[in-house]
Design a protein around this ligand. Structure first.
Ligand SMILES: Nc1ncnc2c1ncn2[C@@H]1O[C@H](COP(=O)(O)OP(=O)(O)O)[C@@H](O)[C@H]1O
Ligand SMILES: [Mg+2]
Length: 218
């Protein structure tokens, strides 16, 4: 088991968004989370990503009760274990594709800069972006930008990838390619992938779908 969530509650003001979620995720599983806009999908993903604390409940990732860690330990854990892919890729516009990809490795400081760059080049090539290393995000297509964002999520070889509507603003061909990429990553590296998506074609391909409604799973 990679993740165990126990009785997760989260409110914003007097709006109770998550009302006691209990679930676990196997290593190597691809899980889709669906639900209407405002249902709490991003909130849940942020809690799983350890960037937002629940009001109560426990999140255990790879045996660690994450919210019992102090801020420094938690930042280190997150950097090492979790890769994020956001709906809007959040690439830094003034940096090249390669520089964007190595950013989490620079923060983690586990590799030399030379090793980081070599690894980033390999990942970019794997994702079909050989030759685009020096391109700025504005010089890349939407699909290419999203692949750079995925490369960035992979640079520290995280066991867990969290993706929030990663194909939300892409055309259908590019979407399909990115979906294939998630499955290839899981099949090649055994990564656990949790995807918030509105896309039925992606949800149906995943190992399991959880739907959030009125703060609970349906
Ligand atoms: N930081 C925040 N402050 C106040 N309310 C928030 C915050 N984040 C989310 N919410 C509210 O929580 C609810 C769930 O939001 P969210 O998790 O983003 O939903 P989803 O991703 O399913 O569309 C919404 O009503 C939203 O307005
Ligand atoms: Mg959302």
């Amino acid at each position: 088991m990679l993740i165990e969530c126990k009785d997760i509650f989260k409110a914003f003001g007097n709006r109770q968004v998550l009302k006691g979620l209990d679930f676990s995720v196997e290593k190597g599983e691809i899980l889709s989370i669906i639900g209407a806009s405002g249902a709490g999908k991003t909130t849940l993903l942020q809690i799983l990503g350890t960037i937002l604390s629940p009001d109560s409940g426990k999140v255990i990732i790879d045996g660690t009760d994450v919210f019992s860690l102090n801020q420094k330990q938690l930042a280190e854990f997150r950097n090492r274990k979790i890769g994020f892919v956001f709906q809007f890729h959040h690439l830094l516009p003034e940096f090249s594709a390669l520089e964007n990809v190595i950013m989490p490795a620079l923060i983690g400081k586990t590799l030399s800069v030379k090793e980081m760059k070599d690894r980033a080049k390999d990942i970019l090539a794997e994702l079909g972006l050989a030759g685009k290393e020096e391109s700025r995000p504005s010089e890349l297509s939407g699909g290419e930008q999203q692949r750079v964002a995925i490369a960035r999520a992979l640079i520290n070889s995280p066991e867990l990838i969290l993706a929030d509507e990663p194909t939300g603003n892409l055309d259908s061909v590019t979407k399909e390619e990115l979906h294939n990429l998630f499955f290839k990553l899981r099949d090649t590296y055994g990564q656990t992938i949790i995807i918030v998506t509105h896309d039925p074609s992606l949800a149906e391909r995943s190992d399991r779908i959880l739907e959030i409604k009125d703060g609970s799973f349906v």
